[in-house]
Design a protein around this ligand. Structure first.
Ligand code: COA
Length: 225
């Protein structure tokens, strides 16, 4: 069999697996939606505040990191990360809110950190940004990851980002599920050493980024004006 046909058949098989998974996810989602009491999720939503990260959030970040299981850390950093260094803490908290944005979810009662979502714009493509999200383990499955990413997508559109890219370990089914639920047309780009890369179009945005550098489509009004 010529090389091109083999490659095409592998790509076909991957696409099929991807769509099968999406379908399984949709079915699981509708099952869960019918079994989660509405009042419970409303109460949980009300307990969380989402805001941009600040330079003074280093302690919050450290404590949130401490509350992540090793599995969550490995999924987030793609290796079993043991600690955050001082320079990483500075990098993660001192963001410019344009090329690099991070939103933190904090508990309204005690201000403890529950999750973080961030994007970092690609150096070689200002319309694209890499996205990452983490929620502390005891809050998994309550919709917080989805809320954080949805808010971050809105922020990103406001800053002229047209699509996110995401690197997800191939055994990270929760992150894949999240991606399916927020990205209407997310695209599988490829695998490398156990990590899958996806592209998530953000749709039309943004006013702040309105400049001749950005296509007209991206200059529709957005919520951050
Ligand atoms: C990925 C992650 C952020 C999801 O956060 P979360 O708050 O649990 O996400 P949500 O509750 O919004 O659920 C998102 C989807 O994940 C799925 N999901 C969540 N918990 C799940 C579980 N325990 N089992 C199976 N699926 C699960 C749900 O299908 C949900 O989709 P839906 O909204 O369409 O129902 C969280 O698992 C995490 O922090 N993981 C470690 C870090 C990581 O993997 N980051 C992603 C790579 S950067």
């Amino acid at each position: 069999m010529p090389y091109d046909s083999i490659a095409a058949s592998i790509a076909d098989q991957r696409r099929k697996t991807y769509f099968d998974e999406a379908e399984r996810h949709r079915q699981a989602q509708s099952l869960r939606a019918s079994s989660v009491p509405m009042r419970q999720s409303l109460t949980r939503n009300a307990m969380v505040r989402i805001r941009p990260i600040r330079p003074s959030d280093t302690d919050l970040l450290l404590k949130t990191f401490d509350r992540l299981s090793m599995e969550s850390r490995t999924f987030r950093f793609l290796f079993p990360k043991l600690r955050l260094s001082a320079s990483e803490l500075r990098y993660f908290t001192e963001v410019d809110h344009h090329d690099h944005e991070a939103l933190v979810a904090v508990h309204r009662f005690d201000n403890s950190g529950l999750g973080i979502a961030r994007f970092v714009r690609h150096r070689n493509n200002p319309l694209a940004a890499d996205v990452a999200v983490t929620v502390i383990d005891e809050w998994h499955g309550r919709g917080l990851g989805t809320r954080l990413v949805t808010r971050l997508m809105e922020r990103a559109r406001c800053e002229g980002v047209a699509h996110f890219t995401a690197m997800i370990a191939s055994d990270n089914s929760r992150a894949r599920a999240l991606l399916h639920s927020v990205g209407h047309a997310s695209r599988f780009l490829g695998y490398d050493e156990g990590v899958a890369e996806y592209e998530i179009p953000l749709g039309p945005g943004t006013s702040r980024a309105a400049s001749p550098r950005f296509p007209r489509l991206l200059r529709a009004p957005c919520s951050c004006t």
